[in-house]
Design a protein around this ligand. Structure first.
Ligand code: GSH
Length: 210
């Protein structure tokens, strides 16, 4: 049985959407950060970074949210969440997913956790800088989505679900996703999927979602 180690609303949300979108049986294992469960020896054995999420399938363990989404899309081609191997659309899915995880997500993380990077007196200024970076990344995404229904190709892929997770995280920053017209349209489309609404309800996340 697939297991997803998760914490509500965190980087486990995108793989949770994908599991539900595929419709495959799975178990959700709550990792309580307040109890430090993500730093326990058992958890570090499957994810040496002590970060959430982790996915397991028997003795197989995988960390990094984007890698889990890719793995699930590959394992379940019938769900059509990624285009065929070697196609241009698949390469564009890689491009956007990588941009999301190593650029937008990385800068959002720095915005939310400035204590990892700068001294207390510099944190407000640092957060302002990071908000600026996030806004520029959202602008790039919004421009790309002009006249397009999805990030890559004509149907929703794992990249669009991943975008929804990060778009949600931006809801309290100066220029959230909902202030960008094309991003808003895609956020609304992803949010109309029953899989997404179910995952949000299971994680007890309430509206407004983004
Ligand atoms: N690149 C990793 C990042 C995972 C990550 O940073 N997870 C956060 C929650 S969103 C976490 O586990 N933080 C642990 C902590 O705050 O100590 C991924 O996408 O899986």
């Amino acid at each position: 049985m697939y297991k997803l180690y998760y914490s509500p609303g965190l980087a486990s949300l995108a793989p949770h959407f994908i599991l539900r979108e595929i419709g495959v049986p799975h178990e959700l294992v709550l990792v309580d950060r307040t109890l430090g469960q993500h730093k326990s020896a058992d958890y570090l054995a499957i994810n040496p970074n002590g970060r959430i999420p982790t996915f397991t399938d028997g003795s197989f363990a995988l960390f990094e949210s984007a890698a889990i989404c890719l793995h699930l899309a590959d394992r379940h081609p019938e769900a059509k969440l990624i285009a065929g191997l070697g196609s241009d659309v698949r390469s564009h899915t890689y491009q956007w997913l990588t941009f999301l995880t190593n650029t937008l997500q990385a800068d959002l993380w720095q915005y939310f956790r400035p204590e990892f990077y700068v001294e207390p007196e510099r944190r407000d200024a640092f957060k302002d800088v990071m908000q600026g970076h996030v806004a520029r990344h959202l602008e790039v995404l919004d421009r790309h989505l002009e006249g397009r229904a999805c990030l890559a190709g004509d149907s929703l892929s794992i990249a669009d679900f991943y975008l929804f997770m990060l778009g949600r995280w931006s809801r309290h920053i100066a220029r959230p996703t909902r202030t960008f017209p094309n991003l808003s349209r895609l956020m609304e489309r992803v949010c109309s999927r029953q899989s997404v609404l179910d995952a949000l309800a299971i994680e007890r996340i309430t509206a407004p979602y983004y």
